[in-house]
Design a protein around this ligand. Sequence first.
Ligand code: C5P
Length: 396
Amino acid sequence: MLAGKRVTLIIGGGIAAYKCLDLIRQLRRAGAQVTPVLTRAATEFVTPLSIAALAGEQVYQHLFDLKDEAEMGHIQLSRQSDLLVVAPATANMMAKMAGGLADDLATTLLLATDKPILIAPAMNLRMWEHPATQRNLAQLRADGVGVIGPDSGDMACGEFGPGRMSEPHAILAAIAAKLRAGPLAGKRVLVTSGPTHEPIDPVRYIANRSSGAQGAAIAAALRDLGAEVVFVTGPATAPAPEGVVLHKVETAREMLDAVEAALPADAAIFAAAVADWRVENSSHQKLKKTKHGAPELIFAQNPDILATVAAHAVRPALVVGFAAETEQVIAHAQAKLARKGCDWIVANDVSPATGIMGGAENAVHLITRDGVEDWPRMPKHEVAQRLALRIAEALR
Ligand code: C5P
């Protein structure tokens, strides 16, 4: 995914620095070459030796280190990479960057570079919310610096709120999106995928046969065109692609929550096979066999996630649904387009004779408000690539 890309990773002095060990591992697995730079404070949290071992490269620390300068001048170091990433970006680091200070190797590299910069802030929530930090953040954004996170949650300092550094996989996704000059660079796309599991009791559930293969392929194709992809998936058998922001859910209602939390987005693709019903009287204890016969399950309608987003106050510019039908494929799909308020429907015939459900190929019709396109039968990943290109055209 990032083969041939060179990332300079500037590790700041915060407790989240430990997450950089995993980030380096993930970057290298994705094919990137990582040049690590540690601030003085960072060495209080991670050791140069562990960073060097994982990166497989020399760690740079000091501005006036003659050996370093002889081998690689700091200007060259700042320009040889495709992207500079600051993780964790502390309040102090953000302040220095916003003010243009250059008093150590990390800040000098950041000032001397002509390459894009991405920061992953991490700090105590009061420091994050402080007007000075927010001012610096606005300045950095205005200067073209990309920002990923921070997330909300329990903090190492014992408080709860925004300030946690984004997880390595989310930083990797942001790096992938920033590095690709593809037609979807700078666009944020939401994809749902997989089945949902609706519990009957703690050990039993209602599910369907969706493998999640088509949704995962679409997410990967959008990522490869440069999009930042938020991938909300039920318990699928197909693995989630790397380099996407992954949210795993079980039930339809959890999927809706994750989808709404991911808005705003430029486009949303609903490839999930969401259960239409859940068991309203699901049991907190495992149901037992009794002499009174089989338990009676009462069903309740699940929210329609696609229809909810299509009518949302922050509706994505392009909303795409899927229609798996076994008869009158096009007529049913056209009715669905109107009923759900989406822009496109990708319709396919899933009657058992087609072998599409759970298979490697798909034959789809793309239904838009302007008409119907019949696509030939092709592998699911090619359907995904073609759809991703159409999405890129539509968002242009
Ligand atoms: O109504 P039907 O299930 O056939 O609609 C299929 C489309 O609607 C798919 O895009 C699916 O992901 C989406 N959907 C949804 N939430 C539901 C049911 C379907 O997002 N509860």
